[in-house]
Design a binder for this molecule. Structure first.
Ligand code: SAH
Length: 340
């Protein structure tokens, strides 16, 4: 049985037409789900009893739950338990412009980036669209406030779970769904080239972030296995194509790893790699984890790297740090829970 929170409005319209009902019923159901926030079809009073019963037989409701919550100023981290006993996490961050949530897209991850905690535990399965939607619904319910932006940067590689992630985006983006504007949704990928090409044809105004993390293909090979499949020059060409096709600026994520990718030569190399592209670089202070030997770059060195890019005409920012005290590095909470 499908979970109702994983159904796009267009698919629900098809469902109603198939059972000889009017398609506007889909709109009514969406209003109950996402505006009035009922958790049973039997509370949908403008839908006749017979149809309520039919819906209850065809679709299930909530199936994930909050297992644990940790707080640090401005940040809350949630560990969710899935119906099959698996765990994923999401992080809520308070910005001056509103609340954003970082959601997970898979249970574990197969990309195997050397510095990443999520990838230490291999992928168990994809998340279904409803399991991503419910991360947001449960957080909104927990804090009694609306979320204004979503980043798909938690556990997992979203483009390795493409169809479910696209459904998720369309449901939260639906004006009658959670109504998060496309420009407030960011998808982060390690660079699965064919899927980036697919994404550029979706006609979605979302933000794309690319986890680059290295200024040349030799180094990227060492820290990100995906680079063996899709080499850096090909990735850069694809980013170019994406920008031309969508007219959207792309974010380049660059996690600062001490002694690995953070020296002056590498800054210069990164600048020349990105020269002329409509991108901005987000330098990410590394969250150290107990299991991996990578160390974070010092604040001073991050500033030098930043200045070096800036003076070469690259748009660059340094990511504000959230919740390093509460294991906010992707996958840390889950990896503890799985060990326990
Ligand atoms: N798989 C996707 C999205 C999840 S990872 C991707 O690769 O983009 C989200 C971002 O966090 C990526 O840029 C990832 O490289 C980075 N990251 C992973 N571990 C980190 C850590 N310990 N500290 C800081 N950033 C980390």
């Amino acid at each position: 049985m499908k979970n109702i929170y994983g159904i796009k409005r267009t698919d629900l319209e098809k469902y109603f037409l198939d059972i000889n009902e009017k398609k506007f019923k889909a709109l009514q159901v969406f209003e109950w789900l996402y505006e009035k926030k009922v958790t049973s079809f039997f509370e949908m009073t403008n839908i006749k009893k017979e149809l309520q019963e039919r819906l209850a037989g065809d679709f299930s409701f909530r199936m994930i739950s909050i297992q644990k919550k940790q707080e640090d100023k401005g940040t809350k981290k949630y560990l969710f338990k899935l119906f099959d006993g698996n765990f994923v996490e999401a992080v809520l961050m308070e910005h001056d412009y509103g609340l954003s949530v970082c959601v997970s897209s898979e249970v574990g991850c197969n990309m195997g980036c050397a510095f990443c905690e999520s990838g230490r535990l291999k992928k168990v399965r994809n998340l279904e669209a409803f399991e991503m939607v419910e991360q947001i619904l449960l957080i909104e319910e927990n804090i009694k406030k609306r979320i204004s932006s979503v980043v798909i940067m938690g556990i997992g590689e979203p483009l390795d779970n493409y169809d479910n992630v696209m459904d998720f985006i369309r449901i939260i983006n639906d004006a009658k769904g959670i109504a998060i504007g496309a420009r407030h949704i960011t998808l982060s990928t390690c660079g699965i080239v064919p899927k980036i090409k697919e994404l550029m044809n979706e006609d979605l105004q979302i933000n794309l972030a690319i986890s680059l993390h290295a200024p040349n293909t030799q180094l990227r090979d060492k820290i990100m296995p995906i680079n063996k499949a899709y080499k850096l020059p090909i990735l850069i060409d694809t980013i170019k194509e994406y920008i031309e096709k969508t007219n959207r600026r792309v974010t380049i994520e660059y996690v600062m790893l001490s002694g690995v990718n953070d020296n002056e030569t590498q800054a210069a190399e990164l600048a020349s790699l990105l020269k002329g592209l409509n991108v901005y670089v987000n330098l990410i202070p590394y969250n150290e984890t107990n299991h991996l030997e990578f160390k974070r770059t010092s604040k001073d060195q991050i500033m030098k790297f930043y200045d070096s890019l800036k003076k070469r005409g690259i748009n660059v920012t340094i990511r504000r740090e959230f919740g390093s005290k509460i294991d906010a590095a992707c996958g840390q909470l889950r990896s503890k829970e799985v060990k326990e």
